[in-house]
Design a protein around this ligand. Structure first.
Ligand SMILES: Nc1ncnc2c1ncn2[C@@H]1O[C@H](COP(=O)(O)OP(=O)(O)OP(=O)(O)O)[C@@H](O)[C@H]1O
Ligand SMILES: [Mg+2]
Length: 244
């Protein structure tokens, strides 16, 4: 399997506070790795370190075989190849859905507008929003906006998609539509890191579950096996709590 991402003993501190304390993880192409764990354990920080939004104080990150930290051109390459989807969709309110999706490829990457538009239109089909292509964010539900954000991430042809609690800010009735699109992406073989509290999604779609607590990976394994009965007491307790 092609290795997409390798983390080796990653350490992140804010001031004297350690946030990530030796995170090692290898992710191969096509894996769907779901991160779960209590609030404040560093899950979001970990994703931010991976795409170079945070510097790191120890360890190594390599993306598609290339060391990232301390190498500005590698950081730029990673950012270009990683699509990030956040809890709050961060769409530009004055642009339509289509314009939001086309913005980075056209303005940042200087691609030809007609090519980008053709790709963007196909992506709106994929996220099941072809009928909303000319809507403004304020005219869309949270779930629709999040699917626009997914199309936006896909439009830069990423090799890795990272989701940080993509459904946590949504009304319950729109969560399912977003999870359906994420399931479609998983089925087409995308490589995905997903921080989520949706344990059923993790168990159905994830190829691996990573339980983090207190700055570390405490346990990882097959999601279904972990939900049925994790090895460590901490993971068992956490999964039991949010599983209901
Ligand atoms: N820029 C920052 N400066 C200082 N501390 C920070 C910064 N960003 C995050 N932290 C701290 O790092 C710790 C980990 O935060 P992070 O947001 O990564 O946790 P999380 O696991 O994503 O939590 P949640 O489940 O609530 O989203 C927290 O204690 C947080 O306060
Ligand atoms: Mg977080």
């Amino acid at each position: 399997m092609t290795e997409i991402l390798a983390l080796d003993g990653l350490v992140k501190r804010f001031g004297s506070r350690t946030i990530l304390d030796g995170i090692s993880l290898n992710v191969s192409a096509g894996e769907i790795v779901c991160f779960v764990g209590p609030s404040g354990t560093g899950k979001s920080t970990l994703l931010r370190c991976i795409n170079g939004l945070e510097d790191i104080q120890g360890g190594r990150i390599s993306f598609e075989g290339q060391a990232v930290q301390g190498n500005p051109s590698a950081i730029r390459a990673v950012r270009k190849r990683v699509g990030m989807i956040f809890q709050h969709f961060n769409l530009y309110p004055h642009l339509t859905a289509l314009q939001n999706v086309m913005l980075a490829p056209v303005v940042v990457h200087k691609e030809a507008k007609a090519e980008v538009e053709a790709r963007a239109r196909a992506l709106f089909d994929k996220v099941r929003l072809a009928h909303r292509i000319n809507a403004y964010p304020a005219e869309m539900s949270g779930g629709e906006q999040q699917r626009v954000a997914i199309a936006r991430a896909l439009c830069t042809n990423p090799h890795l998609l990272m989701f940080d609690e993509p459904t946590s800010a949504l009304d319950p009735e729109t969560v399912g539509d977003v999870l359906t699109v994420m399931r479609d992406l998983a089925l087409e073989g995308r490589t995905m890191l997903v921080v989520t509290h949706e344990i059923r999604f993790a168990a159905d779609v994830g190829t691996r579950m990573v339980f983090m607590d207190q700055c570390r990976i405490v346990e990882q394994g097959d999601p279904r096996a972990m939900v049925a009965g994790a090895q460590t007491e901490r993971a068992r307790k956490f999964l039991g709590t949010i599983h209901g």
